[in-house]
Write a protein that binds this ligand. Sequence first.
Ligand code: GBH
Length: 456
Amino acid sequence: MKQFPKDFLWGVATASYQIEGAAQEGGRSPSIWDDFARTPGKVFEGHTGDVACDHYHRYPEDVHLMKELGVQAYRFSISWSRLFPEKGVFNQAGLEFYKRLIRELKARGIQPAATIYHWDLPSWAQAEGGWANRDTVLHFVDYATTLFRELGRDVGVWITHNEPWCAAFLGYGEGVHAPGHQDWREALISSHHLLLSHGLAVQAYRDMGLTGEIGITLNFTPTDAASDAPADVIAASRWDGYANRWFLDPLFKGHYPVDMIEWFGEQFGPLACIQPGDLETIAVPIDFLGVNFYSRNISKAGADNALLGISFDEARGPVTDMGWEVHPESLYRLLKRLEQEYTGRLPLYITENGAAYPDQITGDAVHDPERVRYLHEHLEACQQFVAEGGNLKGYYVWSFLDNFEWAFGYSKRFGIVYVDYETQRRIPKDSALWFARTIADNGVQPTRATSDAPSS
Ligand code: GBH
């Protein structure tokens, strides 16, 4: 079996609103996701994160389970409105929860990796326009600076933002995420402010002389053109400009992609929010790039997508419970491309990769062969990249627990650990046991458990 490098980091990932619950405890105030979930018709069957996995109370048990699986690093996110329930008002009790969590992790030898923003903007900030308002950038930097000061000695890995593409375009453009706006101009402005707040937070971190690593996590949806026809190839390039290059280019090249500036400019006029100096700030050097990968899509000529003037083809292979195509080769190609066009020798981490399937308990076990297979294939893609010299330093499964899957509520299960939402009982799925063996061996394990192997 091919081994990963000795220092390869094996982790699991979650996010605050998706697992914590305790929405009204410890002085927390609502975020845009509390508000969105309470807006009729926005989230599947009106589900909310009020209780979720009750991780706020059960974190010792959860960290214990991580330890049992041999997990080496835990990527979690911090709820901004626990720390700042009102504008300019700091809440010590909110901070204490994360101190307890981090202490528990350290006691068990698990490295904390903290995401500063995983989509749960305090409602007070949205009341002033949210990410479409440049003031939110400054509020974010105050919040990040507080975290660095209070937790910077104990947390060695910081991720400024999780998937600003989703926060901006799904939240302010498509409206399928909080705050549920449908205004593409606002979405573009928000994307710029999210990036700007990243750059300023990195600068603040450096100014404080802290010696951990700081970076950003982007979600990538690679695309393939439906055919070689020029119109399909152009469609694919436009999707890539929107989903991938819109964030990569400013972060690594110091400018927005020219084709997309033109395309959006024709529709919305010039983006006056881009002020002198902003792009230099956004391109400030980082210590790693976090890569979230789930799927690819297939672009073609058409107009189903009005913003981009393109259409999409059906998946050409198996899909997960989200309808997303399982396509591990796209992960390998993505990593190669990032290295060649953007990151060079900069360390990469897979900060999320995983799949939803409708897992059922049978007795005391949860068999999830499709997830095992998905993780297996994607880790093999990682292994190939690493074997060819790629600077991939670690891999975090999404997700540790089944949890609140945003607009889909609890109807989609991404966990390697099953959560019974009636009892809050946790049951490691077969994929968790398989992942534990993979960590122990530091190499991708076969998909079939030895215990399941035919005995004859
Ligand atoms: C992540 O977002 C989130 O960080 C996490 O909180 C969430 O629970 C997890 O993934 C699972 O959803 O239709 O072809 O454009 C995922 C971002 C963006 C990935 C949309 C899939 C759809 C591919 N997703 N994308 S396509």
